[in-house]
Design a protein around this ligand. Sequence first.
Ligand code: SF4
Length: 65
Amino acid sequence: MRVRADREVCVGAGMCALTAPEVFDQDDGDGRVVLLAPVPPPGLRGRAAEAAGLCPSGAITVSDT
Ligand code: SF4
């Protein structure tokens, strides 16, 4: 799994960091997403995908490669 997070699209809602804090953080300055783990280990993939589904702006995408 590969995760991408588009900071230009992010609105800083923080759902990603709440759902998968090992994968996503928020910038201390502007609150936008900071991607911590672009290739999450198996144990975190489910929550990374869940975070993508919860993001209100569609900033997070996940793919198999
Ligand atoms: S949930 Fe989406 S909009 Fe909110 S901080 Fe994360 S990437 Fe940004």
